[in-house]
Design a protein around this ligand. Structure first.
Ligand SMILES: Cc1cc2nc3c(=O)[nH]c(=O)nc-3n(C[C@H](O)[C@H](O)[C@H](O)COP(=O)(O)OP(=O)(O)OC[C@H]3O[C@@H](n4cnc5c(N)ncnc54)[C@H](O)[C@@H]3O)c2cc1C
Length: 436
């Protein structure tokens, strides 16, 4: 049996810890933040607590729902039908049903038929590898036409990726379409989402308790500062805190952190890790004393807004959870060099509030009871052209006892917790025979 040190206490690191502990290994988790959960961690918003970033569960999220069930929380998932809106040409449009789609004014019937054909085509592709050699614009223009690309796809790509959209392959949009299509698989083609009562905090605390029962040692609030192999051991230095020693280490942190933590990696390994580029997010959580337009997602295709989407969480989560208030998120997806990273929270909020009031002119500034700005720089690895061939990081390293299992290895899907849990399950199964 091995002693395994897992660096990173997000959903991925914790799921790996569970699978390895189940197999009888001695596991330690090293998390830099004061609490567990990473991108899925909770935060306080006034007197309420909810996920720092918005999360929904899909019925097709087999690995995630399996984990939730394993922890005895299956009956804590609430499912609901939600609506999707578009803010286009200065107006809200519902795009929540086939009828809405037929009525959607910005596109002609021919455009709509081609758009529907694009979505169907994407939903039938099982593996996105062949799409990795095609620039996203080329693929979308080919199947949807130039007009629909400019009116719908391009604003959506800009909303998700900013200027980085030109760098990604068609595999990016394929993965998003496939996930959204899965959410609407029911006969009525209505979007069905779920959430955990109490948010991800419910999952994280049950997972932590389960891990601790299995003897997993969890260290929070002490970031790993270096990972090196010394003889038959891996030493994870933690600044002034005592180092953690193990026989194997798994790093679940983003690629730039892997490079920083492991100075003994080869130049070729550093170069490959350096080919993974990340998209970040600056996101406001806002508690309001009245609802917005009632769409879970509002995609904004008009230019000039400081955020790219509005997520009205209480269109899904019972408003009673927040004392009858409305919880909304205002995300702005940012590339690494976005000047917004250098702005203060107050400057950011001033712009976001102005954007919110432009979108909902009847909303007074006094309707906002609380807001919090969250930032994460390395959220999603960009699926750049030939991603698998040129960039996806390898699990094995030249350090032997040090392995990398991180979200940049999600290749046939978009970043979401289900993919994180599925990756952990698959990589634990692959590593277990080597740790025996
Ligand atoms: C805006 C947004 C919306 C999302 N919406 C959804 C959704 O609707 N549905 C869904 O399923 N998923 C959603 N996700 C994705 C989901 O949050 C991620 O898939 C998941 O949380 C990723 O987990 P992870 O463990 O790979 O990474 P992370 O959560 O980033 O975990 C990595 C951990 O490593 C820690 N760390 C970093 N460096 C060190 C160090 N040196 N030492 C120790 N620890 C370190 C970090 O603090 C962090 O806790 C969303 C994410 C975002 C940002």
């Amino acid at each position: 049996m091995a002693d395994v040190a897992i660096v990173g206490g997000g959903i991925l690191g914790l799921s790996l810890a569970l699978r390895l502990a189940e197999a009888g290994h001695a596991v330690q988790v090293i998390e830099g933040a004061p609490g567990l959960g990473g991108l899925a961690a909770p935060q306080a918003l006034g007197e309420f607590t909810w996920d720092r970033y918005y999360h929904v569960i899909l019925e097709s999220d087999r690995a995630l729902v399996g984990l939730i069930a394993q922890l005895g929380l299956a009956d804590r998932i609430a499912w609901g039908t939600t609506r999707t809106g578009f803010f286009t040409d200065g107006r809200f449009h519902s795009l929540s049903s086939s009828l809405d789609f037929l009525r959607f004014p910005p596109l002609s019937l021919v455009d709509k038929a081609r758009l529907a054909g694009t979505i169907l085509r994407a939903s039938r592709i099982a593996d996105g590898e062949a799409l990795e050699s095609i620039p996203v614009e080329q693929w979308l223009v080919r199947w949807s036409g130039r007009h629909t690309f400019e009116r719908i796809w391009r604003p959506l790509l800009e909303a998700k990726l900013g200027v980085n959209w030109t760098r990604v392959s068609a595999a990016f949009i394929w993965a998003i379409i496939a996930r959204m299509y899965a959410a609407r698989r029911s006969g009525a083609k209505r979007e069905r989402f779920g959430y955990l009562d109490g948010g991800y905090a419910t999952l994280l605390s049950a997972l932590r308790a389960d891990l601790e029962r299995r003897g997993v040692r969890i260290h929070t609030g002490s970031a790993a500062t270096e990972v090196r192999v010394v003889g038959a051991e891996v030493v994870v230095a933690r600044g002034a805190a005592p180092p953690v020693t193990a026989t194997q280490a798994i790093l679940t942190v983003p690629c730039p952190a892997v490079t920083r933590l492991c100075p003994a990696l080869t130049d070729a390994e550093r170069a490959r890790l350096g080919r993974v580029h990340y998209q970040g997010v600056i996101c406001a959580s806002v508690l309001l004393d009245r609802p917005l337009a009632g769409y879970y997602v509002t995609n904004i295709t008009d230019p000039g807004f400081p955020f790219t989407t509005v997520i009205e969480m209480t269109a899904l989560v019972a408003p009673a959870t927040f004392g009858g208030h409305t919880l909304a998120y205002l995300p702005r997806y940012c590339p690494a060099d976005d000047p917004w990273w250098a702005r203060s929270d107050d400057e950011i909020w001033e712009d976001l509030l102005a954007g919110l009031r432009r979108l909902y002119p009847d909303l007074p500034a006094t309707a906002v009871r609380h807001h919090v700005i969250s930032r994460a720089r390395e959220v999603q690895a960009l699926p750049t052209l030939h991603y698998r061939r040129d960039a996806v990081p390898s699990v094995e390293t030249s350090l032997g006892r040090v392995h990398v299992v991180n979200s940049a290895q999600i290749v046939n899907g978009t970043l979401n917790s289900n993919e994180s849990v599925a990756l952990a399950n698959a990589q634990a199964a692959a590593l277990l025979p080597r740790f025996a």
